[in-house]
Design a binder for this molecule. Structure first.
Ligand code: ZN
Length: 300
């Protein structure tokens, strides 16, 4: 897959977080476990069947509404896939651990699954919290990306993940992944599908500023997809360093990124004047969330 990457100029400062990468296979495995657990309670009576018919129609309407909602682009939490199942799995697996007769090997397996699920829900919650913080500090910047459309007016969703330091293939505090559709030069796509952009931000003290920078890249690139891909091919190649990509002297995307950074810094200064407390360090928030989700499920 062709991939455009834009990097912040800000360099790494801290690297004190370890991370057990959350694999979708593990999450799906946990989902299967839930499914197996619930299968035993699915015997239906006739009245249940009728009630379920009504419920299913409601469900269809709900799914339709959700589908309709999905056509509108917006900023989204990159960890949202399977998040509800992960939270439900955690509760179910914790209950299963209360079985005193469980074999040690089985207990160990469940504890490892729980550790993976704790990672998923922790990083989901952290991303939620940081996106809310960003929106509170810089509502206008947030709205500009939340409602962004491509050159033909089609909504584009921006999926954001806050990830551990060094948790990306490319060693940069912020990375925006975009690709051009093979069928339409104006259409962006990422690992989340067509009309999406994927952003990964390292969990560092200035993570919100890094996010503002990446949003600046997106602000220019999404409405100018075809033009920017041409520019990109002419200006960057395999010899370009990570920090220079997106930031040639005449790169409009890089200029937009710097402009967004400055606007965010101004918003942040204004926010501190009226705010009672300081914005919490993302690393502190992460540690607190992890502790809460890990409660009673220490992996031995
Ligand atoms: Zn950049």
């Amino acid at each position: 897959m062709k991939t455009l990457r834009n990097f912040t100029k800000i360099k790494l400062e801290t690297s004190d977080i370890s991370f057990d990468a959350l694999s979708s296979e593990n999450t799906i495995g946990a989902l299967r476990q839930i499914s197996q657990t619930l299968q035993g309670s699915h015997a239906l009576t006739k009245s249940q069947t009728a009630a379920d018919g009504i419920r299913n129609r409601c469900l269809h309407i709900l799914i339709l509404l959700l589908t309709c909602h999905a056509v509108f682009g917006e900023i989204k939490n990159g960890y949202e896939k399977h998040i509800r199942a992960s939270k439900e799995s955690l509760n179910i697996l914790r209950e299963r651990l209360e079985d005193a007769n469980m074999l040690p090997a089985q207990r160990r397996k469940i504890q490892l699954t729980i550790a993976t699920l704790v990672d998923h829900v922790t990083y989901f919650d952290l991303t939620e919290a940081l996106l809310i913080q960003f929106k509170t500090i810089a509502p206008e910047l947030y709205a500009e990306i939340d409602t962004i459309t491509d050159r033909r007016g089609r909504p584009v969703s921006v999926y954001v993940k806050f990830v551990p330091v060094n948790g990306t293939d490319v060693q940069a505090e912020g990375t925006t992944y975009m690709d051009q559709s093979d069928y339409d030069i104006d259409t962006y796509q990422s690992e989340y599908g067509e009309f999406t952009v994927s952003v990964k931000i390292w969990i560092v003290p200035r993570a919100l500023l890094v996010l503002a920078h990446e949003m600046g890249h997106i602000k220019y690139q999404v409405p100018h997809a075809a033009r920017y891909f041409e520019f990109y091919k002419k200006h960057y190649d395999n010899t370009s360093t990570a920090s220079s990509i997106g930031h040639d002297f005449d790169d409009p995307s890089g200029k937009s990124a710097i402009h967004f950074e400055r606007r965010f810094q101004k918003n942040y200064t204004d926010f501190l004047k009226i705010s009672i407390g300081k914005v919490q360090n993302p690393l502190v928030v992460l540690a607190r969330l992890k502790k809460n989700w890990s409660k009673n499920t220490e992996v031995l």
